[in-house]
Design a protein around this ligand. Sequence first.
Ligand code: MN
Length: 209
Amino acid sequence: MAPSEFQVCDQDLPEDLFGLYSQAPQLALDTETMGLIPHRDRLCLVQICDPQGVVTVVRIHQGQTQAPRLQQLLEAPAVLKVFHYARFDIATLSHHLGIRVRPLFCTKIASKLARTYSPRHGLKEVVWELEGIELDKSAQSSDWGNSTKLSPQQLRYAANDVRYLLPVQAKLRQMLIREGRWELAERCFATLPLLADLDLLQYQNLFEH
Ligand code: MN
């Protein structure tokens, strides 16, 4: 598959891609939704990229409540799931598809812990600094709800959001190890399911005085 290519499938992964992705030690993941409030805004896409760069965009249909192969993959203990700002994606995957994603690596948390010289931890900034690639985010706030008629530009955007995540993760991991913050990062990643559950219950500032 050429570096810019990806495949699109409906509702769940086909058997062959499920088998391929299940062999990977880590996978890059992202979601596209109708908005930032899981109870209000439905999940439209789940994007996956493996270490060889095989990208799949799974279209989630309106009213869909499960995706068995996706669930088995995202809950597989041997496959590390890498997100940028995992807290949101795992909350929406839990709410809409009942998937309890684990184990986790969040490149945004890793960037904040390692790149203390920068105030900029958006995916675009991190991919630009660590990979030298300029992500086109112009389709970020677009209508993801019309899943059968997404434009080539939207699909390319969705695919590119996962394409550079694993190289970024590897570099951030090395930086965290170098700076003595790897163990701290792992403890942060381990609390993400708790934070996502609290977000879904709409608790705010639970740990404040
Ligand atoms: Mn995205």
